[in-house]
Design a protein around this ligand. Structure first.
Ligand SMILES: [Zn+2]
Ligand SMILES: [Zn+2]
Length: 282
């Protein structure tokens, strides 16, 4: 099983990526939640261009990727799950949940540390919110994420199966909850008890600081509820809210791939963004 997964890791991930992407693209086409403010073609060419660049850089720097690290940890007997014998199914479930918690913490961190916020701004500066936003990250943030993932795997010792399940789920959920789509109210409310929905994560892309510093989760919704960062809806509603960052709205900077790559190096270093969770009417 492990050998099969290792040998076909790329194929498995790519088929899930293209499958879910196509599904979301069709859904957005037929039932968009909001009207886009810039041309879809232009956004997709640039956002997806960045995604391809990131995949290329990752393959170049870390050819064995996270699954390779999990196999290595297993060989060495490193990490909690390689140290203690835990039933396979339980080990997979717990490992996936812990890795999701680490992703939540990492997301809070990139908002809290000014230097890291510069990188993460690339994800937030998108003027619209759709399936391509979900994979739009600066290459340096992608590398940082991979290093954090490696460290987590070395300490935790999840199986190759657990890592693949986690990566495929995270990727699929990121595309789902960045979708320019909406679920019926009742379904959204019910689903939110367990996982992050498009409406829940859209709040996080608001131009308002306090809303952007909410709903950090990508998969399970429990982390935001547990740590007090949960926010139900945007004040202006999903149609009325503004997506993006206040001082970065020129298309050349936030739309074109050249602008996205240089975005972290623009502007002065400002204070801790995460402390601005209060909202005052000006
Ligand atoms: Zn964020
Ligand atoms: Zn996002």
């Amino acid at each position: 099983m492990t050998d099969f997964l290792l040998a076909n890791e790329v194929a498995i991930r790519l088929s899930f990526f293209f499958g879910i992407f196509a599904l979301m693209a069709v859904w957005e086409w037929f039932a968009p939640r909001r009207a886009l403010s810039v041309s879809k073609t232009l956004r997709w060419v640039n956002n997806l261009g960045l995604v391809f660049l990131n995949s290329f850089i990752l393959r170049l720097l870390f050819p064995a990727a996270a699954v390779g690290m999990a196999a290595f940890a297993q060989q060495q007997g490193w990490g909690i799950f390689n140290y203690y014998s835990v039933p396979d199914a339980l080990a997979i479930i717990v490992a996936v949940i812990i890795m999701d918690f680490v992703i939540y913490l990492q997301h809070v961190m990139v908002h809290a540390v000014p230097l890291l916020w510069r990188l993460h701004r690339v994800h937030h500066a998108d003027l619209d919110y759709d399936v391509t936003t979900g994979a739009r990250f600066h290459p340096l943030e992608i590398i940082l994420s991979m290093l954090i993932k490696f460290a987590t795997i070395l300490l935790l010792g999840p199986s190759v199966v657990a890592v693949i399940i986690f990566e495929v789920t995270l990727n699929a959920m990121a595309m789902f909850n960045h979708g320019n789509v909406g679920l019926p109210n009742g379904l959204d409310k019910w689903l939110r008890f367990f996982v992050v929905t498009p409406d829940m994560h859209r709040v996080h892309h608001s131009i308002e600081d306090d809303e952007a510093n909410s709903n950090f989760g990508f998969n399970l919704s429990c982390w935001d509820r547990l740590f007090g960062t949960y926010r139900e809806q945007p004040r202006a509603g999903h149609q009325g809210m503004t997506i993006g960052i206040r001082n970065f709205r020129q298309p050349k900077q936030v739309l074109w791939i050249t602008g996205l790559l240089s975005l972290p190096f623009m502007g002065k270093l400002s204070g801790y963004v995460i402390n601005r969770r209060e909202w005052h009417d000006e």
